[in-house]
Ligand binder design. Structure first.
Ligand SMILES: Cc1ncc(COP(=O)(O)O)c(C=O)c1O
Length: 378
């Protein structure tokens, strides 16, 4: 196989680089060493083969605010001739309003995943350590690999709590991703544990609040108190706009200014800015949907416990539940019956299924499918 002079061969198996090349492709390895060696992120499945009750990627089962429909209806496509506002000025003003912050305390991204990438590129040198908890959002380790940084994994304790000495374990890292409520476990670490981390860890603590609107409390106040804290949120979950791609990071202006240097110039397109503004301006309809989802979540949890599942208490729009039969088997049986949930073949969570909360009708049908899967042949 032709290999460019000096190309890395570390991590190869049987003379083949991992992942590349494939049959029929040109056998020249052009990617950076750490890119060729890494697996890449696997997004949750978006099936096209048949219609499922889709409970696998934590999307919202309800439509977005009526104001989004109206904004889309009245948007003039002729405006797309021009570039979008690089700083999403109007959108930032609407985003900070509920928290009493100035617009300079916010940065908009092409989904919060974009913001996580910007964080890694802003705060972590290649070869330097970056910390994240585990089990947690599986994008964090991928971002560490993309940056060519070093992994500092802070294992959650037996009950998936934040270890008391998390800051000590992460010592030396420049950035620490903490997800609250955590995915895929659903729990929210106590606020005093979060205060302790933000006080003791000298680097940037990035609090990923993708699921916060389904939780009892939030760390948004931390951004005023701590010069090293960023809180990120998304419209993908509570605002029912996963397909739009909009996330917002909140932090003191000295952190935002550095991240602005790193982001793509036009990282939030014009249509997203307009529709995002409409959505964020209608917190009431978001909160009403979130309340419905919380109540469906609590009912589903009770009913699955009744079927013999071990259900972890959740503050998110999903639950992590251990079925009384092997999780991979139950996953496959549910899929055959038209219900798509998520099974992670990863340490500490492989005995569980992560189930997104759907409408009450979806949840009733789902419980019936679980009952059938556990009592009949699937
Ligand atoms: C913990 C967590 N953070 C961030 C994201 C990404 O959200 P977005 O759609 O805003 O990129 C997800 C998506 O599933 C998530 O689970």
């Amino acid at each position: 196989m032709p290999v460019l002079p000096g190309a890395p061969t570390q991590g190869w198996k049987n003379g083949q680089p991992p992942g590349t090349p494939r049959d029929g492709e040109t056998n020249v390895l052009l990617a950076r060493d750490n890119i060729a060696r890494m697996e890449g992120y696997t997004p949750g499945e978006q099936p096209r083969d048949r219609s499922y009750v889709k409970l696998n990627t934590n999307e919202n089962p309800y439509p977005p605010s009526p104001r989004v429909f109206e904004a889309l209806r009245t948007f003039d496509p002729a405006r797309l001739r021009l570039y979008s506002d690089p700083l999403s000025t109007a959108l930032r003003s609407v985003a900070v309003a509920p928290f009493g912050l100035d617009p300079e305390w916010a940065l908009c991204g092409n989904g919060s995943d974009d913001l996580l990438t910007i964080a890694m590129r802003t705060f972590v040198d290649q070869g330097a350590p970056a910390a994240y908890t585990a089990p947690s959002y599986s994008l964090y380790p991928v971002l560490v690999d993309l940056q060519g940084a070093r992994h500092v994994v802070v294992d959650l304790d037996r009950d998936f709590g934040l270890p008391a000495h998390a800051a000590g374990i992460a010592a030396g890292a420049r950035l620490f991703f903490v997800c609250r409520p955590n995915a895929p476990t659903g729990n929210a670490f106590p606020l005093d544990a979060m205060h302790r981390l933000c006080t003791e860890f000298p680097g940037v603590v990035w609090i990923d609040e993708a699921y916060v609107d389904f939780a009892a409390d939030s760390c948004m106040d931390f951004v005023r108190q701590y010069p090293n804290v960023v809180v990120s949120r998304t419209v993908s979950k509570s605002y029912s706009l996963a397909g739009l791609r909009l996330g917002i990071a909140f932090a003191q202006p000295h952190l935002i200014r550095e991240m602005v240097k790193v982001k793509d110039s036009y990282n939030v397109d014009m249509l997203t800015q307009v529709l995002g503004e409409a959505a964020l301006g209608d917190r009431e309809s978001m909160l009403a949907n979130a309340a419905r989802i919380r109540s469906s979540r609590d009912r589903l949890s009770r009913e699955l416990v009744g079927l013999g599942f071990d259900v972890l208490p959740s503050q998110a729009n999903f639950i992590l539940a251990k079925p009384p039969r092997p999780a991979a088997q139950v996953f496959a049986c549910l899929r055959r019956r038209g219900f798509l949930v998520r099974h992670f073949d990863r340490d500490r969570v492989r005995d569980y299924l992560r189930i997104t909360i759907g409408t009450d009708a979806d949840m009733t049908a789902f419980v019936e499918a679980c009952r059938a899967v556990l009592t009949e042949e699937c």
